[in-house]
Design a binder for this molecule. Structure first.
Ligand code: NDP
Ligand code: 2IT
Length: 452
């Protein structure tokens, strides 16, 4: 085989930008990985010769389709749906479905790319994918959501399957939407299979899947703290988001002794200096379920707290920042403010919530910083356990699943430590560790297949 010239990092990134015009989120995600991987493969010619990173950064396929549905007033509505199947070298495609007005092909391509590395880190046999639609669930009735989900699955069903591609939830897609989509898949195919994860436990879902992403984030943070001999007791945490990931991260952080003083949504953020507790979290879960009501309502229920409209929580003094809402919600100025205020750790519950500038600032400052592909992998890991339970037709107990989640998060932490240790400093670069460990697993499988 002819040996290709080894391109350098700037040339590689210029090519990625040229091939993906108008897709800034995708380019950003590839750049963050490429910075570490190029360094790692500098003396490993085989990965260059087989163009492994370039191949991972070109999705296996991007399916886009029309989704027609009828609203409650009888109007015909049109949305665009996608499934990006990025890479299935180590297992069937796997990754969530996002329904949000901001969904574009670029956003789903970045998420599918990140998912490929994240899924590899879990140690389970899952490839990377992501899907969704530019559908805004806010203000829609339950029946409108049902009709949209059914229409979406009426096209998606031909591209997925228990051994092909197994979607799950993400922003705007929780147990209700998964139920509607699973019901439609079962009806069209007349088969009851593990085609989706995040299902209700009554029909094949795993215990703890709803909680898993947020719980995993808190466990990962505790593992990072242990490397410095610290614990979470009394630490002040600023969390953003008020959805599945944020509320369960806040719940587990509170159980582990931290004081969670903020949450946020698309209308602003809540500052509760006393900290969340079980009663407040139960109220929040009820308040946000289904209707996604604004956090502004929190102050009426808990008058000691303050609501700050149209702002994010990064100006609040905290020991730990936990962004759990969406991509690029924490920029360079936010990072500088957090560092000025003495923040010692940032752990990503969302996917790519920190801009590249913020990531570089955290790395330079030497604080504990965990990328989403490591810290939020608990959700997809328990999805992997749901696949196992479906395949063997044997449900596990909540305790079994949570014990396994704790072990998987610890193993991900160990992999980051192994590949991200900054020799001579005693510090772990978690971004580098996660990128290299994830890359290595996928890359070595791709090498085994030759050029396909
Ligand atoms: P949810 O839909 O349950 O909650 C999302 C939260 O973030 C809501 O509070 C929402 O506000 C807020 N939000 C979303 N988009 C924006 C925006 N553009 N601007 C401001 N606020 C916004 O989603 P999840 O909790 O499931 O997902 C949150 C993040 O975690 C995403 O990055 C997702 O990819 C990631 N993730 C999710 C996993 C899962 O298992 N669900 C697994 C791993 C990562 P509002 O309430 O006003 O809509
Ligand atoms: O970003 C993610 O890891 C998810 N949305 C969960 C994916 C999954 O298949 O459980």
């Amino acid at each position: 085989m002819a040996v290709s010239d080894h391109v350098d990092l700037p040339t590689f990134l210029a090519g990625v930008r040229k091939r993906n015009p108008g897709q800034p989120e995708f380019v950003q995600a590839v750049q963050e990985v490429a910075e570490d991987v190029f360094d790692y493969i500098a003396d490993k010619a085989v990965y260059h010769e087989y163009q492994i990173l370039r191949r991972i950064a070109e999705p296996d396929r991007v399916v886009s389709f029309r989704v027609c549905w009828e609203d409650d007033r009888g109007n015909i509505r049109l949305q665009r749906g996608w499934r990006v199947q990025n890479n299935n070298a180590i297992g069937p495609y796997k990754g969530g479905i996002r329904f949000h007005a901001s969904v574009t092909e670029s956003v789903l391509k970045f998420l599918a790319f990140e998912q490929t590395f994240k899924n590899a880190l879990t140690g389970l046999p899952m490839g990377g994918a992501k899907g969704g639609a530019n559908f805004n669930p806010k203000g829609k009735s339950d029946h409108e959501i049902m009709r949209f989900c059914q229409s979406f699955m009426t096209e998606l069903y031909r591209h997925v399957g228990a051994d092909v591609d197994v979607p799950a939830g993400d922003i705007g897609v929780g147990p209700r939407e998964i139920g509607y989509m699973f019901g439609q898949y079962k009806r069209i195919t007349n088969s009851f299979t593990g085609v989706l994860t995040g299902k209700g436990v009554e029909y094949g879902g795993s215990p703890i899947r709803t909680e898993a992403t947020g719980y995993g984030v808190a466990y990962f943070l505790a593992d990072m703290f242990r490397t410095r001999g610290w614990d979470l007791d009394g630490k002040v945490a600023a969390v953003s988001g008020a959805g599945n990931v944020a509320l369960h991260a806040a719940e587990k952080l509170t159980q582990l002794g931290a004081r969670v003083v903020t949450l946020s949504d698309s209308t602003g953020f809540v500052h509760d200096r006393k900290g969340l507790d079980a009663e407040k979290l139960a109220w929040l879960k009820e308040h946000k379920a289904g209707k996604r009501a604004s956090l502004a309502g929190y102050v009426a229920a808990f008058p000691d707290a303050e609501f700050c409209p149209d702002r994010r929580p990064w100006g609040v003094e905290c020991d730990v920042a936990v962004p759990c809402a969406t991509q690029n919600e924490l920029g360079g100025d936010d990072a500088r403010e957090l560092l000025r205020n003495g923040c010692v750790a940032v752990v990503e519950g969302a996917n790519m919530p920190c801009t590249l500038e913020a990531v570089h600032l955290f790395k330079e400052a030497g604080i504990l910083y965990a990328p989403g592909k490591a810290a939020n992998a608990g959700g997809v890991a328990v999805s992997g356990l749901e696949i196992s339970q479906n395949a063997t037709r044997r449900p596990w107990t909540p305790q079994q699943v949570e014990d396994e989640l704790v072990k998987i998060m610890a193993r991900i932490h160990d992999q980051c430590a192994e590949h991200g240790e900054r020799f001579g400093t005693g510090r772990i670069d978690y971004v580098r560790g996660a990128n290299i460990a994830g890359f290595k697993r996928v890359a070595d499988a791709m090498l085994a297949f030759g050029v396909v």
